[in-house]
Design a protein around this ligand. Structure first.
Ligand SMILES: NC(=O)c1ccc[n+]([C@@H]2O[C@H](COP(=O)([O-])OP(=O)(O)OC[C@H]3O[C@@H](n4cnc5c(N)ncnc54)[C@H](O)[C@@H]3O)[C@@H](O)[C@H]2O)c1
Ligand SMILES: [Zn+2]
Length: 401
């Protein structure tokens, strides 16, 4: 027989151990901007590598597209590391790995980075220095955040989208089973360095790509940035580096401020304002086998959700026209054949709902700086919005042709 209990009082069967408590971890999120990082102008960047435990081993991983466009860069990085020999020692030659979405679509870049971390004896006091586009940074970042349960990562994004958004946050990831970023981590990097001098060799498509993320964050948070992009169209189309640097820096700052001050750096809550326009963008990228770039897909995604907000939520239709004009004048294509397959595109909403954990929260912008989360979407109105975005763009093309 068991011990007798007091009348009517039973001990709870689930109990916390007395040791339970809150774990607090402090991260410093450092994002710097500079010009010509790997020349004497970037010498003070060596201070990012602490005196303690120096010299640190540094494994440099570079995007193949960048290395092809700027063939002297690997040697400049080696020379820079050698010049700071009291703090740094190169862990072998620069490892050049494929860039572009292919870097995330299989495990090659991830595996080769983990292998190099292992073979070149990168430890938890060492650094991975990743230089490249957002896709390569996502895959290399995943490797750095998981090998040895996490080694220090410094990112140098080399695309506008990387410097404005992808490279300055705390997320890494690769695609799997047909889903974007299915395998990933939240892991703040040791530092991010935005060097504008990496940008001039981008193709036109990748030059404009970051500007759709600029408009995204401007619509959410900064009327001034929207004005600035609009007034800078001519300079941006003429590939003026100073103008691009100013806009990218402002965009990065707004993203980083959201991560650092927004109260949810690891996206535990449902609301994801920075994913504005992204449910359809991610879906369109996938539907086109990634022929549509992330930047171009985000431009379309913003217009679809702005148009939906104008149809269903009392949003401003003049804002839809204004953003359409701005994106078109920056050279964004603003349409894709994949938009014709509305059923498949709309499945993106369901995928996003599942990803969030069953309850939908899609950010909608009704006026510049005014956004709200919606928990349901009227699919007929969304179809209408998709058709309107597509139709408007085709009309423009006919007029231009
Ligand atoms: N982690 C995040 O928080 C986050 C946020 C937004 C986007 N992303 C991801 O970022 C990726 C898109 O990144 P992206 O727009 O930088 O494109 P990308 O990484 O695909 O790069 C585009 C092309 O430019 C080449 N390249 C890179 N730098 C170059 C340079 N300076 N000169 C010439 N060519 C160069 C690359 O080799 C590639 O072919 C997507 O996978 C997207 O999901 C991640
Ligand atoms: Zn994006």
């Amino acid at each position: 027989m068991g011990p007798e209990k007091g009348a009517g009082v039973s001990e709870p069967s689930v109990r916390e151990l007395p040791s339970n408590g809150t774990i607090q971890v402090r991260w410093r999120h450092r994002v710097l901007s500079c010009n010509n990082a790997f020349t004497a102008e970037g010498d003070s960047l060596a201070e990012l590598f602490p005196d303690e435990a120096a010299p640190h081993r540094v494994l440099c991983v570079m995007d193949e597209g960048l290395a092809a466009a700027q063939p002297d860069l690997p040697a400049s990085i080696n020379t820079w590391i050698d010049r700071h020999a009291s703090r740094l020692s190169a862990a072998g030659t620069v490892l050049v790995l494929p860039g572009g979405e292919g870097a995330k679509n299989d495990r090659t870049v991830f595996d080769q980075t983990v292998r190099a971390i292992h073979d070149r004896r990168i430890c938890r006091q060492s650094f991975v220095l990743a230089v490249g586009g957002g896709a390569m940074l996502d895959a290399v970042g995943l490797a750095a955040s998981t090998a040895h349960r996490g080694v220090r990562l410094i990112r140098l994004p080399s695309t506008t989208l990387g410097q404005a958004d992808a490279g300055v946050g705390v997320k890494n990831g690769i695609n799997a089973f047909g889903a974007k970023n299915l395998i990933g981590t939240f892991a703040p990097p040791w530092a991010v360095v935005n060097d504008a001098e990496l940008l001039p060799t981008l193709t036109d498509r990748d030059w404009r790509a970051g500007l759709s993320e600029s408009l995204k964050v401007a619509l959410l948070k900064s009327p001034d940035l929207l004005d600035d992009v609009e007034q800078s169209v001519k300079a941006l189309m003429a590939r003026d580096l100073k103008t691009m640097e100013r806009i990218v820096t402002r965009t990065a700052d707004l993203h980083v401020a959201h991560i650092v001050q927004g109260g949810d750096p690891f996206e535990i809550q449902r609301a994801r304002p920075l994913d504005f326009g992204h449910w359809s963008a991610h879906r369109l990228e996938q539907m086109t086998g990634f022929r549509l770039s992330h930047g171009d897909a985000v431009a379309i995604g913003l217009l679809i959700d702005l148009q939906y907000a104008a149809l269903s939520l009392g949003g401003s239709s003049s804002l839809v026209s204004r953003v359409t004009d701005c994106l078109a004048s920056l050279g964004f294509p603003l349409t894709s054949d994949a938009m014709g397959d509305e059923d498949r595109l709309l499945e993106g909403i369901e995928r996003f709902r599942e990803h969030l954990g069953g309850i939908l929260a899609i950010t909608m912008v009704t006026e510049i700086g005014t956004s709200s989360e919606v928990s349901s979407i009227d699919l007929d109105q969304m179809r209408q919005a998709i058709r309107m975005v597509r139709g408007r763009c085709e009309k423009r093309q006919t007029r231009a042709g």
